[in-house]
Each structure stands twice: as C-alpha cells, then as structure tokens.
Design a protein around this ligand. Structure first.
Ligand code: CA
Length: 228
C-alpha cells in the first residue's frame, strides 16, 4: 500500500484529503504543524508528501528545504495563494509539483499518481542500468555500451556479445565450442575459426589499445578473461 503524509494545518481540508486518499486505497497520515510534519516525513517512509505552504511553527518552504536536505521523497506543495513566487520558490527548493488552493480533489489524486509513477520509473531505470564490471572494464547490458577506463569501445554486436560472455565467465576457461554455441548458435558448430577471428578483433580493440592483458589464451582449451 502506498503511503501518503498530509501536512496541512486546516483540519477540515486535511481530513477531507485523508478520507479521499483512503478511499483510493492509500495509507494516509495527517499532521497539522510544520515541525511535526518534518519529523513525520523523515522518520517514516512515505511515497508522497502533500505539504501546505502556510503552516504554524515551521512554514512549508522551510519544511521542504529540510526534507530535501535528507530525502528525495516526492513532495506536492499546496498553497492558498495562487502566487507565482510561491510556486517558483517551491519548485526551486525541490517540490515535485504544486497545486493552488482551491483545487479539485481529482487533480490532487492525479498528481499523486504521477509522482508515484515517476518514482517507480526512476527506480526501474536504476535497476536495469546495472553494469557488468571487471577492473576498469564496464559493460552496460541495456545500453549495449562497453567502456574501458571511461573510454567507449567501438564494438560490433558480435564483439559486444563475445566480450560480455567472456566477462560473465571471468576467471573461468571457456572453450571455443562454448563460445560458438552461446554467441553464434548451433549452426556454426565446429567452425571455431570464427571465434579466434573475433577474439583477435577484441584484443585489438582492448588489449592492444590499452596495453593490457585481458583476454588470455588457454592453450588447447579456449579463452579466459581476468582482471589484469
Ligand atoms: Ca495552511
């Protein structure tokens, strides 16, 4: 269940938002004061925080500033004023969105959904851009980019696949047949020359270029990559 914190001193509005959000299936906490709101925001894990600007004890801008110094939780600001300065200031400090009062509850609900979606997409992107790493060699599976010591390697698709396969099996000797089967498929079975040719291409582009010994020949067996 997604958790929302509503920091709003007008009790009726806070209660109304809480009921509507609960109805939509959110778990909702409300708090009526800035200082307390900041404490709640930083001691619990919320998916979205709805933050009013005019608050007692600590105003919304200050609450946002303090939240941003410790967290990148999604924050939607609310303001009674249809005040451009407020809006700009809120966004500058790092609000994800801003709604002027009065607002339709449907609009707030839509913006909360957008915030949650955006955060989920960011998390997904971070997950998929995990790289294979071997010393200074980086292989980004999803972007199809390989680099050594921050220099992009200009590899063809087959070279990339071959390098990736070797790095996944780092420290292990892979036979020419293993490589053929996995990179070229069964139709090439027995034609191991193609492997030697591509190993040579890779060595030219990596070992020779950076003067390292990454791809090692294991005589009579196959190849092995190891951290130099
Ligand atoms: Ca207020």
């Amino acid at each position: 269940m997604k958790r929302v914190l509503v920091i709003e001193d007008e009790v009726k509005i806070a209660r109304f938002i809480q009921l509507e959000l609960k109805h939509e299936g959110y778990d909702v906490d409300i708090v009526h004061d800035g200082r307390e709101g900041f404490e709640m925001a930083t001691t619990n894990n919320y998916d979205v925080i709805v933050l009013d600007v005019m608050l007692p004890s600590l105003n919304g801008m200050e609450v946002l500033r303090r939240i941003r110094s410790v967290s990148d939780v999604s924050v939607i600001m609310l303001s009674a004023k249809s005040n451009v300065t407020d809006k700009v200031m809120g966004l500058d400090i790092g609000a994800d969105d801003y709604i002027g009062k009065p607002f339709y509850i449907e609009e707030l609900l839509a913006r909360i959904r957008v915030c949650i979606k955006r955060k989920e997409n960011t998390v997904k992107k971070e997950e998929v851009s995990t790289c294979l790493k071997l010393g200074k060699l980086l292989i980004d599976d999803k972007k199809y980019i390989a680099s050594y010591d921050d220099c992009i390697l200009e590899l063809t698709k087959k070279e990339f696949d071959l390098l990736r396969y070797l790095v996944i099996n780092k420290g292990i000797v892979v036979t020419r047949d293993d490589i053929l089967k996995n990179i070229w498929g069964y139709e090439y079975f027995g034609d191991t020359n193609v492997v030697d040719v591509y190993i040579r291409y890779l060595r030219n582009k990596i070992d020779n270029r950076f003067n390292i010994k990454l791809i090692n020949t294991v005589r009579g067996v196959g190849y092995k990559v190891e951290n130099e």
